[in-house]
Design a protein around this ligand. Structure first.
Ligand code: IMP
Length: 427
């Protein structure tokens, strides 16, 4: 059975934990989009062994799983090597269990510099990126002539020629657009590439071939989405999105496998909504309710540490994400975070002026102006983090889940009640 796990909101839904759990019965775990902008926190065992992963697929904590970084990813080799070193310090070896696509693109220091310079110059119009160089790297991929792929590390002489040309171009662009900005040093970058080639060379393969073989052999493949559907470059809240197809629609282009290679799409959502960075957020609670959720849910970015914007669950946007991704079932995370709120609101519809919208709107101008229609349910006070079954949850918590299930017309069969592997209820 091949499964794809995608986020139904603006990222940070807790996909890492779901992938970690499902990877128990997977042969391969595949990361297919985004880069070091993602942050997956996985807590292992009943203790506090916490792992913050950015590029490594969450399956890396399981010995028998083969992890794949597919072609759709933009690879910051420096971050990857740091992550590998940190795992090694804790006794987890990464070697033959990781395969990286030669078709993936390399995130270089000048991408991060460009990201920072561009965001700073934009001022109030900025996207609020993670400054990890993601947009500039994908932009170079599309431009082609200024791109470096992971496979370039396998031919350093040729890479040097390309790199010199690209750096010359970048320095001209940066000097013109951002006078006074630091110059990029091609020699220094080349030295880094040499180190990356030494450390990662043996892991670089044609992952498209590898995945087709695995599919042909009926191995079980788990695809790990990064970010969320509403941050998808084409289908999200453009331009306040990331630069890849972070929804399930991106899977084919980003792996080389046809859509029908996936048997089941699992959508992950929090029991409320969060968003980091700029852009409209209809159910945002920029008030004490949002602060309550932020504090209880530790809603601060894994990658940047930024406080996340928090709000009520939005069935319009999540319903849209379910439709876009062909989602079969839902995992609802962080239900425990809502404990202590007197009432729980669910957004059930949008109105724009006097018009009721039937579908999530494509433009941010309309989205910024929509008025949410809410249904109000009773809150619950109990600490639910120790519950063993769905039936043990307080009535109001169960009602909340059942009402979401009814509105979204998909089964919610996993419910997160805490960060540990065991704190997930199945029904
Ligand atoms: P970028 O991906 O760094 O270019 O950032 C673009 C937008 O996506 C910004 O609003 C980021 O906050 C958001 N973003 C990128 N990665 C994540 C993530 O893993 N979780 C939540 N938001 C993200």
């Amino acid at each position: 059975m091949n499964i794809c796990v995608v986020g139904l909101q603006w990222g940070d839904e807790g996909k890492g934990k779901v992938v970690d759990l499902l990877s128990e019965s997977a042969d391969l775990v595949v990361r297919y989009s985004g880069g070091a902008n993602a942050g997956h926190t996985v807590v292992r065992g009943e203790g506090e062994e916490k792992f913050a992963l950015h590029l490594l697929p969450s399956g890396i904590l399981r010995e028998k799983v083969l992890c794949v970084i597919a072609n759709g990813v933009v690879l910051d080799a420096e971050v990857l090597l740091e992550e590998i070193a940190q795992l090694a310090e804790r006794g987890i070896r990464v070697g033959k269990n990781l395969r990286i696509s030669g078709r993936a693109h390399l995130v270089m220091d000048y991408h991060k510099l460009q990201d920072r310079l561009s965001e700073t110059a934009l001022g109030a119009a900025k996207i609020g990126t993670t400054i990890r160089g993601i947009g500039p790297c994908y932009a170079d991929k599309v431009l082609r002539t200024t791109a470096l792929r992971v496979e370039d590390l396998l031919d350093l002489d040729n890479l040097k020629v390309k790199l010199d040309r690209i750096v010359e171009y970048k320095n001209k662009v940066f000097a013109a657009l951002y006078p006074g900005s630091e110059a990029v040093d091609a020699e220094q970058l080349f030295r880094k590439c040499r180190l990356w080639a030494d450390a990662l060379g043996e892991m670089i393969v044609d992952t498209t071939e590898l995945l087709h073989q695995a599919w042909g052999q009926k191995k079980s493949i788990l695809f790990e989405g990064a970010q969320g559907t509403l941050l998808d470059l084409d289908h999200g809240t453009f331009p306040y999105v990331t630069s890849s197809n972070s929804s399930a629609v991106g899977l084919s282009a980003a792996t080389g496998l046809p859509g029908r290679a996936v048997d089941r799409f699992i959508g992950v959502a929090k029991a409320y909504s969060t968003r980091v960075g700029s852009g409209p957020f209809p159910t945002e609670q920029d008030n004490e309710i949002g602060q309550y959720i932020r504090d209880r849910g530790h809603e601060y970015g894994t990658t940047t540490g930024r406080p996340r914007r928090c709000g009520w669950f939005d069935t319009v946007s999540v319903g849209y994400s379910i439709a876009i991704g062909g989602v079969d079932q839902i995992v609802l995370q962080h239900l425990d975070t809502l404990s202590g709120l007197e009432e729980l609101k669910i957004c059930t519809g949008y109105k724009h002026g006097s018009r009721k919208l039937d579908f999530f709107p494509p433009g941010v101008a309309v989205l910024a102006e929509v008025e949410c229609e809410y249904e109000t349910l009773n809150g619950f006070d109990e600490d639910i983090s120790g519950a063993q079954t769905f039936d043990e949850l307080p009535g109001a918590a169960r009602d909340y889940v059942l009402r979401l299930e009814e509105i979204l017309s998909r089964p919610i069969n996993m419910i997160g009640i805490g960060p540990q592997r065991s704190q997930i209820l199945r029904r």
